[in-house]
Design a protein around this ligand. Sequence first.
Ligand code: ASP
Length: 595
Amino acid sequence: MYRTHTCGELRIENKGQKVTLAGWVQKARKLGGMTFIDLRDRYGITQLVVEADAPAALVEKATSLGREYVIQAVGEVVERQAKNPKMPTGEIEIRLEEITVLNKSVTPPFTIEEESDGGEDLRMKFRYLDLRRAPLQRALRLRHRVAHEVRNYLDAKGFMEIETPYLIKSTPEGARDFVVPSRMNPGQFYALPQSPQTFKQLLMVAGYDRYFQIVRCFRDEDLRADRQPEFTQIDCEMSFVEQEDVLGTFEGMMRTLFKNVLDVDIPDPLPRMSWYDAMDRYGSDKPDVRFGMEIHELTEVVKGKGFSVLDDAAYVGGIAVPGAAEYSRKEIDALTEWVKRPQVGAKGLIYIKVNADGSFKSSIDKFYTPEDLARIAAAAQAKPGDLLLVMSGPAKRKVQTMLGVLRLEMGGRLGLRDPKVFAPLWIVDFPLLEWDDETQRFYAMHHPFTAPKPEHEKWFYSNKKEDLERVCANAYDFVLNGNELGGGSIRIHNADMQKRMFEVLGIGPEEAEYKFGFIIHAFQYGAPPHGGLAFGFDRVCALMGGQDTIRDYIAFPKNNQGRDVMIDSPSEIDQAQLDELQLVSTASADNGADN
Ligand code: ASP
């Protein structure tokens, strides 16, 4: 037997027992003739001690152990002189009688402890070593727990876990597909699924009325800070349901997760907010409602004082930052530069300090009297001591979005975004369609399988842009602390309506038939009403773990360039493979010409 206990298991109650442990040497140090070894496995750390009067061979062996050696150690559980209340095993140590080196290790490139001295890149390259560290162990354990709770909950509700294929058809809408060449069908390609959307709908047509899958999805997007080209969804679909049924089922799931994994109670029922309110009040369709600092429209109250920037703006809005009237000129200048960065994209920032004594100081004092400023401050609900920050522009949603970004920044600066506070809510009543000026066409705000609200169908069949813009969907997002954790909708289940949707999206009948014929046909064979949603599993785990980056919750993630630096992928393939696939890589041909 390699071990009788794990390294996280022994307590004072085990005193006097003879045990065998196996694990990795985190550290070995000599102290007054004694040798102490921290032995680690994924369960914890146990201190081993070789007494000064132990046989010389044992002392020698103990002192020769290097970091990350894998050893087996036999000894007796004894009470520690100097207890460590921070460690679960901190009351005991093992007085060693025998050490066996199971495998040596070369010196690891960084320290494998709670905090590591290794940089991000190095730790990614040696991910298998980084994964030995406690923070990553905790992350993966949490991920496992969440997956387990999801399966339990959904199983109890009658959901079946059904796998759908990874080699599917390319139908890009939204993100780009990853494609896979088919050797047996030269010149043809599979695509990896961006989500199992169409398959889960086909399962509904097939009568599997409650489906779920914890499933890998692939999107070939330019990677923003915290995206991964492959990520995992908790993907779900139900038949014979209305929006209310879906929301009830899945807020129940989230409530169970938070309770069973974190012992946190989230509100019952969860608050709901319409997409329109979320945009107006928070400048975001995924509002962080842990704090107020809401956006107030000031378009009318600022008009008519001769300041053309605001007079001519289609929309003016502001946020009152509590207690920030003290900001110095320099700080406000820095903030102005901050909003001008391309990530925010503002032209400038107007400020009004509502001083504690009731006076005002603003960047627009030339145009507005103290009475005017008082009216504006009142409209923005700014109190004495607040700093009112104002933005304006020709497009309401764009200004609101910029104010929303600024609001999050100010919330963060004021410490209002505590990761241990959870404020989940549903965003509902999304517009069905989104007009894109550049391409002069509508895009589906969620995806092309989302149904218009029944009461808006009249507009859905109209050919007027204003009508189509008004159509809402029974679409919903689960939002937590400024993150969209999940989203879904009630679907179209009627072939004609699905065809109309493609028409609205500018996808002609032939293209629709080529790309989506299978689902349109399936809808002709008794498709039941259905709807569902998917949660971003990695992000659910990260947020539950109090982190905002998903990378630590994925065992082997990619870096920001979409590379796996550990296995060095993507990589070139050899000519024989290309030939077999009947592919010519213009990239490598170019490289060849350069060389
Ligand atoms: N398939 C959708 C997505 O990945 C979610 C859904 O509507 O179920 O965003």
